[in-house]
Design a protein around this ligand. Structure first.
Ligand SMILES: Cc1cc2nc3c(=O)[nH]c(=O)nc-3n(C[C@H](O)[C@H](O)[C@H](O)COP(=O)(O)OP(=O)(O)OC[C@H]3O[C@@H](n4cnc5c(N)ncnc54)[C@H](O)[C@@H]3O)c2cc1C
Length: 273
């Protein structure tokens, strides 16, 4: 569904982009993906929660998993801040915290947690319809329906559980965004934040069972797991319900790191990691 377009067409689509030859990194072309888009992530998550609730799923908010009981190589239950739950099945899908939860079951994951920062500007009248991503400058820009511009880049260069924004990031981001769209120089950033990303050595997720019977993982999505939520959730539900690994996730098992069959996906998020 994608097509390569040249500077003239890019300029027509995004007039504020600097497509001049004097730009530091001249834009010679772009990969245009018409079906692409943005979503309101909080609305989507509430949508999932309501739909799950309607199907009889109990969502326990403000409840921390503090331990996982394993006996004889089999999951027996989960300890939480609000009581214990007896269960033979646990799916660990805790992204940036996934190694901590896996450790509770005695499972080691080849994952490191890195902060990924983003920022939004004050709102302005709608002028930017596509999402613009630069693989050279490692930034993306989109505009929300409230008019704010959303900026993001690659993960912080060090492993950490910090969710604070940094001045270093804001400065680097602003510099790169202005190389793309110099006309934004008067806009002010309203806020910035960071989320935690679960990064694997091959930048691909880890899905399926583990050496502990009943302990499953759907982790390691790093910087691009939101769009993959529905399909990975469906595949994991099938995996758990049938006891068989669906073909679509077959290559993403935890054992690949021991067997040496990595699935290189470094380019998957478009901005560099
Ligand atoms: C700034 C930023 C921009 C991003 N942009 C994109 C994008 O454009 N497209 C895209 O596809 N992805 C994007 N991502 C990545 C995406 O957000 C994640 O990959 C995705 O949200 C992971 O979903 P998840 O359900 O696996 O985990 P999460 O949504 O992180 O949920 C994990 C949950 O586990 C809970 N938890 C952790 N520990 C415990 C515990 N001990 N007990 C109970 N609960 C626990 C946490 O509170 C959290 O609610 C972005 C991430 C960030 C930070």
């Amino acid at each position: 569904d994608s097509e390569v377009i040249g500077p003239a067409e890019i300029k027509k689509m995004v007039p504020f982009l600097d497509v001049s030859e004097s730009a530091r990194y001249p834009i010679l072309g772009a990969l245009y993906h018409p079906p692409g888009g943005t979503i309101r992530h909080d609305a989507v998550v509430w949508g999932y929660a309501r739909a799950a609730d309607a199907l009889g799923v109990h969502v326990h908010q403000q409840t921390e998993v503090t331990g996982i009981d394993v006996a004889g190589g089999q999951v027996r239950g989960v300890r939480t801040s609000r009581g214990d739950i007896s269960t033979p099945i646990v799916l660990n899908c805790t992204a940036g915290w996934s190694t901590l939860v896996a450790e509770m079951a005695g499972v080691r994951l080849p994952i490191q947690t890195f902060p990924l920062q983003a920022a939004v500007t004050e709102p302005v009248r709608a002028f930017l319809h596509p999402v613009v991503v630069s693989g050279t400058l490692h930034v993306y820009v989109s505009q929300t329906d409230r008019g704010e511009l959303v900026f993001g880049a690659s993960v912080d260069p060090f492993a950490s559980y910090s969710t604070r924004g940094s001045l270093e990031f804001a400065e680097g981001l602003a510099g790169h965004v202005l190389q793309l769209m110099p006309a934004l120089s008067k806009m002010r950033l309203l806020r910035q934040w960071a989320g935690l990303c679960d990064m694997t050595p091959d930048f691909s997720p880890v899905m399926g069972g583990t050496e502990v019977a009943g302990f499953y993982v759907d982790v390691g999505w790093g910087t691009y797991g939101f769009k993959a939520g529905p399909v990975s959730g469906e595949a994991m539900a099938e995996c758990i319900a049938t006891g068989r690994t669906p073909e679509i996730i077959g290559a993403f098992g935890l054992s690949r790191f021991g067997d040496g069959f990595l699935v290189g996906e470094k380019g998957a998020a478009a901005v560099g990691h």
